[in-house]
Design a protein around this ligand. Structure first.
Ligand code: GLA
Length: 704
């Protein structure tokens, strides 16, 4: 007898068929009518007999096993003291509201697997983890374990995956699912610059329309996201943390859990992915509880290592005059740290840099009405440090081998409790001695070799990082943390359980940032994406960009300033100040509304945040390259209520060069009254043909 479990939420329904074996997916898509006959739906999908196939092959399931006719990938592979063939029997399925726990067992291998699934009834985001337990009396070595294994519908024939590199994060790649297997693999020991997200979508899916399945792995280490098309055409998506051979060997009674994987169905293209994941992250993941995101100043791109107390005081004064609310002292303040080749591990203020310590600086920052943040890189150690000299064996290393560095540093072995405790105690001492509201927690090295005390340990080291952050947060509950890893190298929903925001990229080049912030926002709400106004020329790309453009792009994130204000001319100072004021005025909307990103008819990059009650919206219309057309095509604005009327205003300051070409500039100094339908269908013609031009369009619904 087949039983059905149905879950609804976020405009989607998920239906599982429960039989003797691993559950099957009957439906994961648009909401089914109330009272739908689930058995009838399932029966209508019964497989058709085909030639050259096993006579009784298992149907695609959420925990497939190889060895008995299923030709796709298995969710668990490994070996104990017998053969490696597995066949899962359903032992129990306990439903409790929006969650279900399914226990599967293989009596030959003497293994059980618990799949914990939760389908968020508000957002329609599925969270899934798998746990394996060795019920035998011999060790069992796990080779691979999927956190989520999901059969895909045939319409999901395209993939939108990501590539990435330092300062070049989240580059989208869209293509037809290839025959055989596709994999997005990361072996860096961090989440990686490509992130841990991919979409499986219908060929006609766009930013705002069409069917999409979105997948994300909440894991800050090496991983593999795969989509495999089996010989019989069945497709399966799998998301797994990567295990090294011999890394997880379960003793009798031992257990191993996967990280959490997430998935959602959207019938409204990529916008629907954002409108599901953003509330999910806000309500279920982020530790940041509704406090306004303060405007940051960060010292890095302004002064790098070149500072003393007087210079920092001056920066703080300049920052506060701009309207900044938090002063973050980046790298260079601790023992011996005058370059990037010494000091990591010794988290004490270097009297050679700040003879009076942090106290007077923090007092000045607070006198100016700001709070104080500090850069740390707790997982790391430079060979040139007191910590390394005292404990050379505390770093991650292969015994008896060279210790290759990256950025002159080694990883501390946080899998070892004594190392972890030391790191936590040092940070605790700093946080206890000073009022520090915020830590920028950096991680500027890849994890190699991923070993601990002579054993492969990529998993244990990543979990050690989580444990250190958890211990610190438990002792300092009001502390805010940013996750940074040479920019956006550690952005995922598991770190986001501990980090209030992420540093999306080391590049503050606003043209690069338009892309990076757009794709980071596929999963992350804007308030979690650190976005700073950097210097011009940009230190990484060398590109010169107008302050107006840099500031408008930074507003669509968690805004900050990362330059030396003392080097700005008066006009740029005034522009930056005005944009910071605009950000403060609109951040409540930007950080709670629904985000749509789109590309306009002639390539304008648009994004709009619409308030939850639909009463207000703010759009950024940005041109990064030169338009093919000398005249600007009208920009059509999606996301609004077609039947409503809006007062549309171009927020000032305006981009100067473009504003000189604005037709009827006087008319634009007052709101224009337009329907949502007109905005969506005919749009607005603004001077947007030249690169690095951006406009802010504010919309307020006219109540009738
Ligand atoms: C990394 C970070 C930067 C900065 C430097 C400091 O590269 O990504 O933002 O903090 O380290 O060394």
């Amino acid at each position: 007898m087949t039983r059905y479990e149905r879950f609804d939420g976020g405009g989607a329904s998920l239906v599982l068929a429960m039989e003797d074996a691993a559950p099957r997916i009957v439906h994961f898509g648009a909401t089914l009518p109330v009272g739908s006959d689930l058995a009838a739906i399932d029966a209508a999908l019964a497989p058709v007999r085909r030639g050259s196939a096993p006579d009784a092959a298992p149907r695609p399931s959420i925990f497939p096993a190889a060895g008995f006719g299923w030709m796709g990938p298995a969710a668990l592979t490994g070996i104990g003291d017998g053969d490696a063939a597995m066949a899962w029997r359903l032992r129990r399925a306990d439903r409790s509201g929006e969650a279900i726990e399914v226990e599967l067992a293989d009596d030959r291998q003497r293994l059980s697997v618990t799949l914990s699934w939760r389908f968020d009834p508000g957002c329609g985001v599925l969270s899934a983890t798998s746990k394996v337990r060795n019920e035998g009396d011999q060790p069992f070595a796990i080779h691979a374990l999927a956190a989520l294994s999901l059969p895909l519908p045939r319409w999901a024939s395209e993939i939108l995956g990501f590539a990435g590199d330092w300062a070049r994060e989240v580059q989208p790649r869209r293509f037809a699912a290839p025959p055989g297997a596709w994999a997005q693999v990361n072996r860096t020991g961090r989440t990686g610059f490509a992130g841990a997200t991919f979409l499986s979508l219908a060929p006609d899916a766009t930013e705002t329309r069409g069917r999409v399945l979105a997948f994300h792995l909440g894991w800050s280490g090496s991983h593999v996201l795969t989509l495999e098309t089996a010989a019989d055409g069945e497709r399966q998506a799998q998301l797994s943390a990567l295990l090294e051979p011999g890394e997880v060997v379960l003793p009798p009674g031992g257990e191993h859990s996967s990280p959490s994987a997430y998935a959602c169905f959207s019938g409204e293209g990529l916008t629907g992915v954002r409108s599901r994941f953003h509330p999910f992250v806000r309500e279920r993941v982020s530790p940041h509880k509704g406090r306004a995101r303060r405007v940051h100043f960060n010292s890095w791109e302004g002064v790098y290592f070149d500072f003393d107390e007087a210079r920092l005081m001056r920066l703080a004064q300049d920052a506060s005059a701009l309207g900044v609310e938090r002063f973050v002292l980046d790298d260079g303040w601790f023992m011996g740290r005058r370059r990037d080749d010494a000091g990591l591990g010794d988290w004490r203020v270097d009297a050679a840099v700040l003879p009076r310590g942090l106290g007077p600086l923090i007092a000045e920052v607070e006198r100016l009405g700001m709070d104080f943040g500090l850069w740390v890189e707790p997982e790391m150690v430079n060979p040139d440090s007191d910590l390394y000299r005292a404990h050379p064996d505390w770093c991650v290393h292969a015994q008896g081998a060279d210790r290759p560095t990256m950025r002159n540093q080694l990883w501390l072995d946080l899998a070892r409790p004594e190392v972890r405790d030391h790191v936590v105690e040092q940070l605790h001492a700093l946080l206890s001695a000073h009022r520090i509201a915020y830590l920028k927690w950096d991680c500027n090295r890849m994890l190699f070799p991923a070993v601990s005390e002579g054993r492969p340990a990529g998993q244990a080291i990543v979990r050690g990082v989580y444990a250190a952050m958890d211990a610190l947060r438990a002792r300092h509950p009001d502390l805010e943390i940013e996750s940074c890893a040479s920019g956006g190298g550690r952005i995922d929903l598991e770190i986001l359980r501990r980090a209030d925001r992420v540093w999306a990229s080391d590049t503050t080049d606003a043209i690069e940032r338009v892309r990076i912030q757009r794709w980071a926002s596929l999963i992350l709400p804007l308030e979690t994406i650190g976005a700073h106004v950097g210097p011009s020329p940009n230190p990484i790309t060398g590109r010169r960009l107008a302050m107006d453009f840099r500031a408008k792009v930074a507003m669509f994130g968690h805004m900050g300033v990362e330059l030396d204000p003392g080097r700005l001319d008066t006009r740029d100072m005034e522009s930056l100040k005005a944009h910071i004021a605009l950000y403060k005025e609109h951040r409540a909307l930007l950080h709670s509304g629904a985000l749509t990103c789109w590309t306009g008819d002639d390539g304008v990059d648009g994004r709009i945040v619409v308030a939850a009650d639909g009463g207000e919206a703010l759009a950024l219309l940005a041109r990064t390259g030169v338009s093919d057309l000398a005249t600007s095509a009208p920009v059509r604005i999606p996301g609004l209520d077609a039947a409503a009327t809006y007062d549309a205003r171009l927020l000032e300051p305006w981009p100067r060069r473009a504003a000189a070409r604005l037709a009827d500039a006087d008319g634009w100094r007052r709101p224009r009254r337009l329907s949502g339908a007109a905005l969506a269908e005919s749009g607005l013609r603004l001077p947007l043909a030249e690169p690095e031009t951006a406009w802010l369009l504010h919309l307020r619904r006219v109540e009738s």
